[in-house]
Design a protein around this ligand. Structure first.
Ligand code: URA
Length: 196
């Protein structure tokens, strides 16, 4: 199936075999780990926070209410969902959709790091503040880090082993579920991804 596929599968197998808080919670509820989906040749990688209940039930990222918003945003820039790669920092659902703990981000981030290394995207669009903070720090942009209310819609650039990486922080689509004006902001901010 190809080298990228094999490497992604190895990551999946390792996450599925994890033990500890969120992995135990997954097993107790017959949930799935949510590794990510999309094209392994994607130019743009979307990184959310953690799976919600729908995602944990199906094993697919962004397939519930937040996913419908993400689909609408992708459609608004004419990008088919299958052409991008969509994942989260944390691969197992936190109980009650609470924010991920720093220890959970620390545990799951190395798997995300490996996914980024496999995909070598041109652009990472972070969805929400957790992935924005993680990605900006990871790529040496801590000094540019500001609140998501200021950073959303901007485009940052980092030097990476495979060239230049653009980082496009976005509000989390879930925030726009009951907030039409935030949805408009997201649509406007997504325009920046068209050039990529
Ligand atoms: N919210 C996220 O951050 N990720 C998902 O996959 C679904 C909802």
């Amino acid at each position: 199936m190809g080298e990228k596929y094999e490497k992604m599968k190895a990551i999946r197998d390792e996450v599925v075999a994890l033990e500890g808080a969120l992995a135990d919670y997954r097993k107790q509820n017959n949930y799935h780990a949510v590794l990510g989906e999309g094209s392994h040749d994607a130019a743009i990688m979307f990184i959310g926070e953690a799976p919600g209940q729908n995602e944990a039930k199906t094993g697919r990222p962004f397939c519930g209410a937040a996913g419908r918003i993400l689909d609408e945003l992708l459609a608004s820039i004419g990008v088919p969902r299958k052409d991008v790669y969509i994942t989260n920092i944390v691969k197992d659902r936190p109980p009650g959709n609470r924010d991920p703990l720093p220890s959970e981000i620390e545990l799951y981030a190395p798997y995300l790091d490996r996914q980024i290394e496999i995909l070598k995207p041109k652009c990472i669009a972070t969805l929400g503040r957790f992935s924005m903070e993680y990605i900006m720090r990871k790529f040496g942009l801590s000094f540019e880090l500001e609140a998501i209310s200021r950073a959303h819609g901007k485009l940052y650039e980092a030097d990476v082993p495979w060239g230049k990486l653009k980082i496009a922080p976005q509000y989390h689509p879930a925030a726009a579920i009951y907030n039409q004006s935030l949805l408009e902001t997201l649509k406007k901010d997504f325009q920046i991804l068209k050039s990529i």
